[in-house]
Every structure is written in C-alpha cells, then in structure tokens.
Design a protein around this ligand. Structure first.
Ligand SMILES: [Zn+2]
Length: 194
C-alpha cells in the first residue's frame, strides 16, 4: 500500500495513493491483468455470470446499438471508417460462391430483409411503394410518406364507404391484366395478393 513509489514494471514515479494495492502504475497494472491467465479466467466467469442475468444481454445490446447509432450520426470520422470497412468486407465477396444469387439462403435472407426494411408498409401496399422507388425514382423517405398518405386516405374512404380501396385497386389491376393477357390473369392476381 505504501512505500512502493516507483512502478515495479516501468520504473515510473508513482503518486501516493492509499487505494493502490500493487506496485505498478495504472497502464502496467492493466497490462499485467490482461496478460494473466488467472485474471482472464476470473473475468470470463464474471462476465458470463453477468450476461446470464435476465435482461442484461438485451440491455447491453440496446446500449451498444444506441451508441453506434449516435456515433454514426454525430461523428463523421467514425461514419467514414464504418463505410470503408463495409466496402472492404463487401469486396471480399464472402459466401458468394457458396450462396449464389437466387440460392435458397439468399432468397430467405432477401425476404427477411424486406420484412425488416418494409415492416412499416402493409403487404398490399408494397408493390406501390416499389413502383414509386424503382420506376418513378422517388427517394425512399418521400415514397414512404406518399404511401402512408395513401393508406390514411384509403382508411378514411373505407370508414366513409365501407369499401376497401386497396382491394378494389387490386381487382381493377387483375381485370386489366385479364383484358390484355386473358389466361395469365389469375396467376397475376395471386402474385399481387402475396
Ligand atoms: Zn508502470
């Protein structure tokens, strides 16, 4: 506790500190602990116990996610670094040979991503949203606003008339296809409903 006023590892002069237990300065102490298998094992067990507490892992993930989001928003250097890392990992083309485009794993991943990205959009409005973004080249936030306005207007109309405008629209679309393609209409309507 007292007496050792020089770090036993690097020889740096130590300020008197009644809470110091060993003979090292702070960086040397951290290094020694990080390199000690006994200490590491103790840390591993303690950390595992902590993560087994109910809710701790979820809270930890939430804190990390919030921190990363904040940094991406407020710290341009961090943002650029993450973008660069992403680009480099993308260029590696990991898994592209094993899971080519159209393979079951890729299809499943694509569906899951759609469910995440378009979670806000009811299924029957997704084709319209895609049309706005892909064909009309409207930016995503603006297209989302337009579709949300459409949903609100449809709901208002439904409340007033009892007719669901979206299903009427789908039926109209199917009828149009039937006029031009005859036989293919049923299949197309079925796809529109998915
Ligand atoms: Zn030291």
């Amino acid at each position: 506790m007292t007496g050792a006023l020089i770090c036993s590892d690097c020889g740096k002069t130590l300020n008197p500190n009644p809470r110091r237990l060993g003979t090292r300065c702070k960086p040397c102490s951290a290094r020694a602990m990080a390199q000690s298998p006994v200490k590491r094992e103790k840390c591993r067990v303690a950390m595992k116990r902590r993560f087994d507490e109910p809710g701790y892992k979820q809270q930890h993930v939430a804190r990390c996610t919030a921190g990363t989001r904040r940094a991406l928003k407020d710290n341009p250097e961090f943002r650029a670094m993450r973008a660069e890392q992403g680009r480099r990992v993308g260029l590696l083309g990991l898994g592209k040979e094993k899971n080519a485009a159209g393979s079951p794993a890729r299809v499943k991943a694509g569906r899951k991503r759609t469910e995440t990205v378009l979670a806000w959009c009811p299924v029957e409005y997704r084709d319209e949203y895609r049309r706005l973004v892909r064909t009309k080249l409207i930016r995503a936030p603006e297209a989302r606003r337009m579709v949300e306005d459409m949903i609100a207007a449809d709901l208002a109309r439904y409340a007033a008339t009892g007719v669901l405008p979206q299903s009427a629209r789908l039926q109209a679309g199917a009828a149009e296809i039937e006029q031009s393609h005859n036989g293919a209409a049923e299949e197309a309507a079925g796809q529109g409903m998915k």
